[in-house]
Each structure stands twice: as C-alpha cells, then as structure tokens.
Design a protein around this ligand. Structure first.
Ligand code: DO4
Ligand code: MG
Length: 283
C-alpha cells in the first residue's frame, strides 16, 4: 500500500484505487502503532476517492528530520576519494566504507525538502552539482522501518571535495533534498534485485541515465537505523537516505532547467526540475 501526503489531505492507494485517510495528521500516521493494519482497515472499509488527481502531491514529511548515510556503495567511495584527493581527504572515504560504523549525517528539515514536482536547487556558490538517487527509509519514533520512499540527496561536489569538513554546506541548503512521491508502507525488506534508476533530461534529451540495484548497497537498512537511533531520540520519527550508488561522470554538472527523475519500481518515480537562486518552492 502506498501512502500519499497531498494538499487535500492523506490518501492510501491500493491496486490503483485511492482512499482518503480519516487521519489528516501526518505525524500521527508515522507514529501509528500499526500503520499497515490501519491502512488495510481504511482500504477495506472506505469508499474510493475521486479527488486524488486534483490534489498536489507533497513531500512525505512534517516534523521528521532527514538524515543520510554516505559511502554505502563502492561507486560512491571511489567518486568521493577522487574528488577529495587534492585536499588529502581521500583516505577517509575508504576507511568509512570498510568501517563497522557507517557515515551518517544530518540532511534536512521539512522546510528544506521538496516533494514530487517541486524544484530542487543547486547552490549559486557551487560549480559542480549532482543529484544522488537514494532509497529512503521511513522510520517511526520506535526505530522501526515502516516504509520506503524515493530520495534525492542534492550535493555540491566541488565544495565537498575541497575539504571533508565542508560536507554540511555541500549537502544542507534550501531545496537540497527531494522526497516522494509516496511512502510504500511495508514491514518487508525490499529485494536485493530492486533497481534504482536515474534519468536527467536537458532540453528534453537524456543528458545522463544510469541504474543500480540494492544488491550494491553495502549496509543493511536495519543496521543504519540502529546506528542512527543510538543515543538519539526521534519523537516524530525520521527519514534516512541510504546513500547513492550512481555518480555521473566528472565532467557532468546539473544546470537550471534539468529534469531529474528517480525511479524505484515498487515505490514510484520522483521528478523534480533544477533551479538556481530564487525562493524555495512550496513542498
Ligand atoms: O561522504 C559524503 C557523502 C556521500 C553521500 O552522500 C553518498 O554516498 O550518498
Ligand atoms: Mg548521498
């Protein structure tokens, strides 16, 4: 079942049929003691909604913090080592790739997040910007993974590569994170064969296209969550991006107007247009 947060309230979708959720409070849904059971009861007892198509899809976040894991795919380790070579930071990335403790960093609050159809931003003081397509875990306040969404960890590679201590500036700024279009609510782990696909269109033509699978993800989602929740309470729950396994070639940078599409099949496709400067579009 898929849970959508929209301008018209929350909806659950099952088999292509949408039902309006009686619970309008997103935080209450994330904290629900049996979200799957609750959604099943709404689908079983509800009347199909006819107004879903008229609603604007919003990012699946209200009071949750967004955190991210880094260097969880070999491809990311290699890209990070290359970009930080001149700064002498390359070794850190190899060490964190093989260490027991993962790299976890704070990524965003809801105000910095855009949903499906919103504008992601590239920094005006960056010269090398990329999207990072990432499976994103939706976690309740008790540290249980209740579902999955699609995430884009927008990143400024030149700022990150100049000095590893600049990571928060490379990663955390207005419009630096996109999440959506929905939460696939399930207690089951996604199969290792699950593909993650990235496509970047420029002027309607493919400027970059690539794919990976969850088999390339080095760390188990449950292990990432257990580190995130160590000595750290999340009263409203959290979203945890699991890292990127797709890195465009080094001569590629995002430009305003690019359309970024990230597809993780059982969840859906997250589409966003890149902008630079200007105000953050509402999520
Ligand atoms: O260490 C830098 C962050 C890497 C990252 O965001 C990723 O691997 O996805
Ligand atoms: Mg990332």
């Amino acid at each position: 079942m898929k849970l959508y947060r929209t301008s018209n309230g929350n909806y659950v979708e099952e088999g292509g049929v949408y039902f309006r959720m009686p619970e309008s409070n997103w935080d209450a849904l994330v904290a629900h003691e049996d979200l799957s059971g609750y959604l099943r009861s709404v689908v079983a007892g509800g009347k199909p909604a006819t107004d879903f198509a008229a609603a604007r899809i919003e990012a699946p976040i209200v009071s949750q913090e967004v955190w991210a894991a880094g260097v969880t795919y070999y491809r990311s380790r290699s890209a990070r080592m290359a970009e930080a070579k001149d700064a002498g930071g390359g070794d850190f990335y190899d060490r964190v790739y093989t260490a027991e403790r993962p790299e976890l960093f704070f990524k965003a609050t809801a105000s910095r997040v855009v949903g499906h159809g919103g504008n992601v931003r590239i920094r005006s003081d960056a010269k090398w910007s990329v999207p990072e397509p990432e499976l994103t875990l939706v976690i309740n306040p008790r540290g249980q993974i209740i579902g999955y969404t699609v995430g884009n960890d927008m990143s400024s590679r030149d700022i990150e590569g100049e000095n590893p201590l600049y990571l928060p500036q490379a990663k955390v700024y207005d419009g630096s994170c996109a999440l959506g279009p929905c939460v696939l609510v399930t207690g089951e782990a996604l199969p290792a064969t699950t593909p993650i696909r990235l496509e970047i269109l420029r002027g309607g033509q493919a400027a970059f296209r690539s794919a990976t699978t969850l088999a390339e993800l080095k760390r188990a989602p449950a292990q990432l969550v257990s580190y995130l929740f160590r000595e750290n309470a999340f009263p409203a729950g959290a979203l945890l991006m699991t890292g990127t396994g797709i890195v465009p070639p080094d001569d590629f940078t995002l430009l305003p107007g690019d359309k970024v599409s990230i597809t993780i099949d059982p969840i859906g496709t997250l589409e966003n247009v890149v902008v630079q400067g200007g105000a953050l579009a509402a999520h």
